[in-house]
Design a protein around this ligand. Structure first.
Ligand code: PLP
Length: 400
């Protein structure tokens, strides 16, 4: 019998990390590789946030904290929820963790029993199904419609709900598609949830501040106040404030759920980094103007990438509302052979050949549960994006 836990048989390592690593290895070996795999902004953390962290160190705020966050941060989060989402939470309803990832993980660990079902729209962020499996639950995948920018319909959600459904994990704007649900589209989904009062919603709002063309961000508890008592509203500073390495995420939700999540955190990581928490206080309470400036840069890059990819032979790319990803379809490239002789039978083969032959690293769609596609992260310079898309075009031209 293996020394390792059988639970591990239920999960797979993160494929996005694997692609980034392979690209780094090729780079280290001297290859000219453009990485469009990483899910983080290329911008630096703003100076005022860094200064707050340095001040926290100087002031000796370097000890254990309350397990799910210092009161100053919880108050800043309550103010943020009120200011930006019209949601009323008190500090007792707030949980702060080591990244949005641990918030989601704690919530699933705190609620899932064997056989519980969790509805996950596809394509999905890679960690959702594996976290559900780690918690002993069953992911139930609902595929988005390509003509709707890969969003799911209310009918598909309705059809997926069973007496065993515990959660819907909702993510808008989405990783990997960038798709954002409009107020009306979200309302249609919350209407379905109102007919099933045993189903809770975990809203992953991580990309709230990365939205373009006037897209109005909304979140389920705001759209349908009657869902407030069965909603966990999850957010974090990683993406909006370019703070991926600081590891601070948070959530607002019903007190008993927050208490259960605290129990898990208290027995695992104890508390998120004290220094990062003070930096997050400054992120949320400090100047917010730079968010719009950075969004402008992302918008320009999105337009550049969408235009260049749509000009590639065999690629169709939707124009998403937010995040910093696009998720082009490569259905028309399937069954072909690359200039380097690789048979392109699926999106993984396409991405592997693209990396080997043209030195462009993107993540294959199967990792996100909907194929044949690939994900481009456009959180990199205009020059790198232009060069990468030129190489993708050359790769596609070579397919026969
Ligand atoms: C949709 C989504 N949710 C959550 C996370 C986790 O964020 P964090 O880095 O704060 O753990 C990510 C990060 O890639 C993400 O894309």
């Amino acid at each position: 019998m293996s020394f390792l836990s059988q639970t591990l048989d239920r999960v797979k390592p993160s494929p996005t990390v694997a692609v980034t690593q392979l690209a780094q290895e090729l780079k280290a070996a001297g290859r000219d590789v453009i990485g469009l795999g990483a899910g983080e902004p290329d911008f630096d953390t703003p100076e005022n946030i860094k200064a707050a962290a340095i001040a926290a160190i100087d002031a000796g705020k370097t000890k254990y904290t309350a397990p799910d966050g210092i009161i100053e941060l919880k108050e800043a989060i309550c103010a943020k929820f009120k200011r930006e989402n019209g949601l009323d939470y008190t500090p007792k309803q707030i949980s702060v963790s080591t990244g949005g990832k641990q918030v989601l993980y704690n919530a699933l660990m705190a609620t899932l029993n064997p056989g519980d079902e969790v509805i996950i729209p596809a394509p999905y962020w890679v960690s959702y199904p594996d976290m559900v499996r780690l918690g002993g639950g069953e992911p139930v995948i609902v595929e988005g419609e390509r003509q709707l920018g890969y969003k799911i319909t209310p009918e598909a959600l309705e059809a997926a709900i069973t007496p065993k459904t515990k959660w819907l994990i909702f993510n808008s704007p989405s990783n990997p598609t960038g798709a954002g649900y409009s107020r009306e589209e979200l309302q249609a989904l919350t209407d379905v949830l109102m007919r099933h009062d045993h189903v809770w919603v975990m809203s992953d709002d991580m990309y709230e501040h990365l939205a373009y063309d006037g897209f109005e961000f909304t979140t389920p508890a705001q759209i349908e106040p009657r869902l407030y008592d069965r909603t966990l509203t999850v957010n974090g500073v990683s993406k909006a404030y370019a703070m991926t390495g600081w590891r601070i995420g948070y959530a607002g939700g019903p007190e008993p759920l927050i208490a259960a999540m605290r129990k898990i955190q208290g027995q695992s990581t104890t508390n998120p980094s004290s220094i990062s928490q003070w930096a997050a206080v400054e992120a949320l309470n400090g100047p917010q103007e730079f968010l719009a400036e950075r969004s402008e840069a992302f918008l320009r890059r999105r337009n550049l990438v969408v235009e260049m990819l749509n000009a590639c032979k065999g690629i169709t790319c939707e124009t998403p509302e937010g995040a910093f990803y696009v998720y082009p379809s490569i259905a028309d490239c399937m069954g072909k052979t690359s200039a380097g002789g690789a048979k392109i039978d699926n999106d993984e083969a396409f991405c592997k050949a693209l990396l080997e032959e043209e030195g462009v690293a993107v993540v294959f769609g199967a990792a996100f549960g909907l194929s044949p596609n690939f994900r481009v992260s456009y959180a990199t310079s205009d020059e790198a994006l232009t060069e990468a898309c030129t190489r993708i075009a050359r790769f596609c031209d070579g397919l026969v």
